[in-house]
Write a protein that binds this ligand. Structure first.
Ligand SMILES: NC(=O)c1ccc[n+]([C@@H]2O[C@H](COP(=O)([O-])OP(=O)(O)OC[C@H]3O[C@@H](n4cnc5c(N)ncnc54)[C@H](OP(=O)(O)O)[C@@H]3O)[C@@H](O)[C@H]2O)c1
Length: 230
């Protein structure tokens, strides 16, 4: 499979590159020019297209001929970076390509998510402060996902819980709605978030779903008797 990873130089992106190479996929990575060196360890095993991920020409060139696109959606800045990135991928990915996008639990597809107070307070306070400091705009990620949900492409939006570093614990389990008991532990290893994204490329059960994920070894997943797949 030929896949493009948009935002390849970040923590999540680098884990996705490694998982994709482990599967024998051909990888094209997109990252900001100043971050290209973060991908040096992959050497000539990946092709790199430097540039901002919301640069439509960069994305058009990077996704050409790809069977799948993994996109890290980040709300940094106040210039609709996430929305521009998502729109470029939606516009230029080859017809029929599998498109997987990342975001956090705070994104809701159908309004049926029930959020813990701690998350609601964090989103409200961080969102307000970040916007005030012009550091990030959470509504940008919301708009990016709204456009993905409304598109007729072959999308999946993976919604990450709180993240931690560490060795893999296996493929996370998922649920359609935050508030479902299986998700209560609200923790996933970042390496496994990346694993879920890469596996989703080949899992059509996730087509037009917005899975909220949690570690398969977390107490809430174990209590719900959802065993790890890998
Ligand atoms: N962090 C969490 O606890 C958490 C929880 C749930 C879900 N998520 C989701 O997980 C995904 C990635 O999260 P992560 O924490 O693992 O981060 P990450 O992988 O380190 O990704 C950060 C990305 O943002 C880019 N970036 C950083 N500063 C930027 C700027 N000023 N302008 C444009 N791009 C910039 C980075 O590119 P460079 O390499 O060029 O800097 C990198 O591609 C996001 O979709 C996020 O919503 C995160």
């Amino acid at each position: 499979m030929k896949i493009c990873i948009v935002g390849a130089s970040g923590k999540l992106g680098q884990y996705m590159v490694q998982h994709a190479l482990d599967r024998g996929d051909e990888v094209v990575g997109v990252c900001r020019a100043q971050s290209v060196e973060k991908l040096q360890r992959f050497g000539d095993r990946i092709a790199v297209v430097p540039g901002d991920t919301n640069d439509r020409d960069v994305i058009r060139r990077a996704v050409a001929g790809c069977d799948g696109v993994l996109t890290v959606l980040v709300p940094w800045g106040v210039r609709q970076y996430a929305t521009g990135t998502a729109q470029a991928v939606l516009d230029f990915a080859p017809p029929g390509a599998r498109l997987i996008f990342s975001c956090g639990w705070h994104i809701t597809r159908d309004g049926q998510d029930v959020y813990p107070l701690s998350l609601r307070v964090f989103v409200a306070v961080f969102g307000w402060l970040a916007r005030l400091a012009r550091f990030a705009d959470l509504s940008d990620q919301v708009e990016a996902c709204r456009r993905v949900f409304a598109s007729d492409t072959r999308w999946t939006v993976v919604r990450g819980s709180d993240l931690q570093e560490g060795d893999s614990q296996g493929l996370p389990v998922w649920s359609r709605h935050v508030g479902d008991p299986v998700l209560a532990s609200n923790i996933t290893r970042r390496i496994d978030f990346a694993l879920f994204m890469v596996e989703a490329l080949r899992n059509d059960e996730l087509l037009h779903e917005a899975p909220a994920i949690v570690s398969c070894q977390s107490p809430s997943a174990l209590a719900a008797r959802q065993p790890c797949d890998t």
